[in-house]
Design a protein around this ligand. Sequence first.
Ligand code: OOG
Ligand code: MG
Length: 268
Amino acid sequence: MSGEYTNHLTEAQIQELAIHCENAELNAYEITKITDDFPQMSYRDAFDIQWQIRQRKESRGNKIVGMKMGLTSWAKMAQMGVEQPCYGFLADYFSVPEGGDFVFDELIHPKIEAELAFVLKEDLKGPGVHIGDVLRATDFVMPAVEVIDSRYKDFRFDLKSVIADNSSSSRFMVGGQMSPVSELDLKTLGVVMEINGEVVQTGAGAAVLGHPAASVAMLANMLSERDEYLEAGTLVMIGAITAAVSVNKGDAFTVRYQGLGSLSGRFV
Ligand code: OOG
Ligand code: MG
């Protein structure tokens, strides 16, 4: 993603594409991927579209309550055919309380992901942020489930298109038990995902870039390309540890996290 970081689209096109993607999210309908119509779109353009969507929400009074990394595990990269991580933001209304319901009809074709969330007690400013910085700056870790919902037809995209679509961010749940990093072995931390009582995915923390904290470090470094940073207090989801799993209306899930309890919810 380094190298070319210039705009190939005009400001008006970026604005128009932000509205295009955000309307699809707000009204739960599919769109064709942006690069089909704008093959010249650059990474800079894609992130500008995402930041424009963020601004639109903030200007309507929504709060940004965290950040997420995506495509950070081999399981996810292989599943989506994309080989580099991306990031997105989390808005207030994406959050569903622990044990709560996800309203299926507000979504297009949701999938669930087992993740972890880091909550920071110090700022993290890239470039050059490493795992040690992240561990020092982390207040606590808690279990997280992300519900992703690409706005693109059939959940198919390339890296630039998914970045513009806020990296498929849609809903999330955090809760379970929090823990300081000193009490966890983040690499071997096991997760078991069950849907309707059946185990559908299993994994361990090291699936995410070798160590979950590496994902937070990468986010801080990516944000520095835009002179942005992670402020103390920010919640960061590290990306799915296993492949994502499609869900249907009526499904119930439980994800168990070694040493951190479990998260459950339903699609109603
Ligand atoms: C992109 C977002 C991926 C994760 O945790 O890997 C993501 C997608 O697969 O739709 O959130
Ligand atoms: Mg995710």
